[in-house]
Design a binder for this molecule. Structure first.
Ligand SMILES: [Zn+2]
Ligand SMILES: [Zn+2]
Length: 374
C-alpha cells in the first residue's frame, strides 16, 4: 500500500516528504495507522548525524494510532486496538528485560536502521530503495509496520493527542527523574533544559515531593512554562543559581541534577555536577555526537563527595508499566499532559515544526503532527 512519509535522506538536510510503498505485516508484526505523532528532538539527531543512523530512514518515534492488521502469531494486540508506540520495544524475555531493564531491551538494536527482525526494510521509496522506520515505529508516516513488542495498548477513550505524548518525551523526562535519578520527598532537584523532556522532569520532581526544584534554561522565555510545570526557581545561567541554591540548601547543595537540553556538552555537565552535594546524582538524558566528550569533571570530587553520574535512556522506564501508569496519573490530574501541546502541524509542515523547536522564544514546548484521516 502507499503511504506518505517524512524521511531523512541525507545528513545535514531537512526531512523530505515523499510517497512510499509499505509492506504488509509478517509474523510478529502489526500494521499501524498513526493518528498523532510528536516532534521530539531525537529525530533531529538522525538528520544532524549526532545519532549515526542508516539512511534513508522514515523518522518519528513518538506517536499514537490504531492497529489495522496483525501478522501471524501476534497476541499482544488485535485490529482496532488503540496503541502508543514505544520507541524501545519491551520483549519481556531477553536478558535485559528479564533483569528489569526493558528500556535496554535487546530487541531495540535496530532502532537506528529500521530493519525488521527478518532483516527487511518495511518501506520502499521511489526507485525501489528500501527504508526503515526510526525505532521500528516511523510515526512520521500515515501507516507503518511495527513489531508487536513496540506497541502498547491503551484505553480507547484517551484522546490520541494525549496518548502520543507518553511514547517518548513525557516518559523519558518523568522517568529520568523518578527511575534514573530516584528523586524522593525532600530532595533538591535541578533540571537543565526546559523543553518537552525537562517540563516533565519538573512535574515529576514536584509530584515526588522535592523540596526545591530549580529550572535552568538559557532561553529566558521558558520561565513561565518552568514555573507552571513545577519549578520553584528559574535561572538562565547556572552561575546565578549557585548562591541561591547554597542558601536554600543550608550549604548542602542539590541532591539530583537532570540534564535534558538538546545537545549536552562538557560545560553543562560540569556546571550541573558542581551544583550537587554529597552523594548527589547527575543524570544525563541528552545525547551528543560520538566525538562529543560531554562529560569532563574533576574525579577528586566524584570520589570524595561520592557523587555519581548516570546515563538515562527512555528514563530507565518499562514501557509496559510506565506508559499506562503515566496515563493513569494524567487521568487523576497528578500530571499535566495536554498543557504540553503548544503547536499542531500537518505532516507536510514537519520541518517548520523543527525550525520552531530550534528557535529560542518560539513558544514551542511540544509540537504534534496530526495525520490526516482517510
Ligand atoms: Zn524522543
Ligand atoms: Zn527484551
Amino acid at each position: 500500500m502507499k503511504t506518505k512519509v517524512a524521511v531523512s535522506m541525507e545528513v545535514g538536510k531537512p526531512f523530505e516528504i515523499v510517497e512510499a510503498e509499505l509492506d504488509g505485516p509478517k509474523a510478529g508484526e502489526v500494521l499501524v495507522k498513526w493518528k498523532v505523532a510528536g516532534l521530539c528532538h531525537s529525530d533531529l539527531h538522525v538528520s544532524s548525524g549526532d545519532m549515526p543512523s542508516t539512511l534513508p530512514l522514515v523518522v518519528g518515534h513518538e506517536g499514537s494510532g490504531v492497529v489495522e492488521e496483525v501478522g501471524p502469531g501476534v497476541t499482544r494486540v488485535k485490529p482496532g486496538d488503540h496503541i502508543v508506540g514505544s520507541f524501545i520495544p519491551g520483549c519481556g524475555t531477553c536478558s535485559a528485560c528479564a533483569r528489569g531493564m526493558s528500556n535496554l531491551c535487546n530487541e531495540g538494536w535496530n532502532g537506528t536502521t529500521g530493519l525488521m527482525a527478518d532483516g527487511r526494510y518495511p518501506f520502499k521509496l521511489e526507485g525501489g530503495q528500501g527504508a526503515g522506520g526510526m525505532c521500528n515505529l516511523g510515526t512520521f508516516s500515515e501507516r507503518a509496520i511495527c513489531k508487536e513488542q513496540s506497541v502498547v495498548p491503551v484505553q480507547e477513550w484517551i484522546p490520541f493527542e494525549t496518548a502520543a505524548l507518553v511514547g517518548c518525551g513525557v516518559t523519558t523526562g518523568y522517568s529520568s527523574t523518578i527511575n534514573t535519578a530516584g528523586v524522593k520527598a525532600g530532595d533538591i532537584v535541578v533540571v537543565f533544559g526546559i523543553g518537552g523532556l525537562g517540563a516533565n522532569a519538573l512535574q515529576a520532581a514536584r509530584l515526588a515531593g522535592a523540596r526545591y526544584v530549580f529550572a535552568i534554561d538559557s532561553d529566558a522565555s521558558k520561565q513561565d512554562v518552568a514555573m507552571k510545570f513545577g519549578a520553584t526557581h528559574f535561572f538562565s545561567d547556572p552561575t546565578d543559581a549557585a548562591p541561591v541554591l547554597n542558601e536554600l540548601s543550608w550549604g548542602e547543595q542539590a541532591d539530583k541534577a537532570i540534564i535534558t537540553i538538546g545537545v549536552a556538552d562538557a560545560a553543562v555537565t560540569e556546571a550541573a555536577f558542581n551544583l550537587l552535594g554529597k552523594r548527589g546524582v547527575l543524570v544525563l538524558v541528552s545525547m551528543g555526537a560520538m566525538d562529543n566528550y560531554s562529560v569532563s569533571i574533576p574525579g577528586l570530587f566524584l570520589c570524595q563527595l561520592e557523587k555519581s553520574i548516570k546515563g538515562s535512556l527512555f528514563g530507565s522506564a518499562n514501557a509496559n508499566y510506565d506508559i499506562p501508569n503515566l496515563l493513569k496519573l494524567w487521568d487523576q490530574k497528578h500530571i499535566m499532559l495536554d498543557e504540553l501541546i503548544t503547536h499542531r502541524f500537518t505532516l507536510d509542515e514537519v520541518n517548520k515544526g523543527y525550525e520552531m523547536m530550534e528557535t529560542p522564544g518560539s513558544g514551542l514546548l511540544r509540537g504534534l503532527i496530526i495525520h490526516e484521516d482517510d
